[in-house]
Design a binder for this molecule. Structure first.
Ligand SMILES: *[C@@H]1O[C@H](CO)[C@@H](O)[C@H](O)[C@H]1NC(C)=O
Ligand SMILES: *[C@@H]1O[C@H](CO)[C@@H](O)[C@H](O)[C@H]1NC(C)=O
Ligand SMILES: *[C@@H]1O[C@H](CO)[C@@H](O)[C@H](O)[C@H]1NC(C)=O
Ligand SMILES: *[C@@H]1O[C@H](CO)[C@@H](O)[C@H](O)[C@H]1NC(C)=O
Length: 271
């Protein structure tokens, strides 16, 4: 009987300890889509793997075949190569290897993001004839009968060309720059650590962003001290329970022995 109480206490303490451990990082700790993928945590979250409260609206990512993807309403999905929480930079790759197609069509105005790099306005031209060699056509947007260029907005549109759109982008086209990632860095802004405490993500977020101000430092200290005390308390409780159980087991055992001894003595006295 005492032994079973002991086991119940023992295992319920384990239960306390493990729930404590998980409430530290919460369900909102970081996840990865693949072994080499970036750590995903607040303000980002992975749809289907982390509850809605773990991320901020517009920061939803998805995992497809171990690859981290981000979806934009005006574009096919892009691959998330890395996330720097400290610099608030997310680096993307275009699986179709045509960054200027992304630049041309990506409208960030309804997203929480802006380009990480300083942008300038460029005009995309679609020309039926090639321009002089000093202009380099965007290969992945051009075909045999049309030639696409990025030019300064001040340039007069040649007769053979049509201005497709003027967009603020980080870089004009250059054949020397990688066509799948160059310039595809975005940054984000949030109100100061918006609500991450309520989302259970502060600890993780703060450790990733580095402690920028004293206020955050205090916040982080408060957190860790609280959890240390809670851990300590639970460990002490566990020890006390274990010792109490052992003592009561011992007492029960020796009581039984005494009883048996008395019975034995009685038996001996009977004849
Ligand atoms: C994803 O990663 C797991 C574990 O590394 C591996 O077993 C699986 O084959 C990978 N799937 C794809 C589609 O690459
Ligand atoms: C981006 O979308 C916003 C809102 O839908 C729109 O007002 C704006 O003109 C768009 N910008 C470009 C460059 O298409
Ligand atoms: C680009 O052009 C638009 C429209 O003329 C203007 O509102 C915007 O400020 C320009 N952006 C940059 C980065 O020059
Ligand atoms: C350029 O024009 C051609 C032919 O008119 C068209 O097929 C192509 O989609 C256009 N490209 C862009 C980027 O507007």
């Amino acid at each position: 009987m005492v032994a079973s109480i002991f086991f119940i206490l023992f295992f319920s303490s384990f239960f306390f300890l493990t729930t404590d451990a998980s409430s530290d990082g919460g369900q909102c700790g970081s996840v990865k889509c693949g072994d080499d993928g970036p750590d995903i945590g607040f303000p980002f979250r992975v749809i289907g793997q982390q509850p809605q409260h773990c991320g901020y609206p517009g920061f939803e990512l998805s995992c497809k075949q171990n690859t981290t993807m981000i979806h934009f309403p005006t574009r096919k999905d892009l691959v998330v190569e890395s996330i720097s929480y400290k610099n608030r930079k997310i680096s993307l790759l275009d699986p179709q290897s045509c960054v200027h197609e992304v630049f041309l069509n990506l409208n960030l105005s309804l997203t929480p993001f802006q380009y990480y790099y300083v942008v300038r306005n460029y005009t995309y031209l679609n020309c039926s004839a090639r321009l002089p060699a000093s202009f380099v056509e965007v290969k992945c947007l051009s075909g045999s009968r049309h030639h696409v260029y990025t030019v300064e907005t001040s340039m007069e549109v040649p007769g053979s060309c049509r201005a497709v759109r003027t967009v603020a982008i980080p870089f004009a086209y250059s054949p020397y720059l990688a066509d799948n990632s160059f310039g595809l860095g975005l940054s984000w802004n949030l109100p100061e650590h918006e609500d991450c405490e309520a989302r259970g993500g502060c600890n993780w977020f703060l450790s990733k962003t580095g402690l920028e101000t004293e206020q955050h430092l205090n916040l982080a200290e408060g957190f860790s001290i609280k959890s240390v005390i809670r851990n300590l308390y639970l460990k002490v409780l566990l020890c006390v329970l274990a010792v109490a159980a052992l003592i009561s087991m011992q007492m029960y055992h020796s009581k039984k022995m005494n009883k048996q001894q008395i019975e034995n003595e009685n038996l001996l006295q009977v004849p």
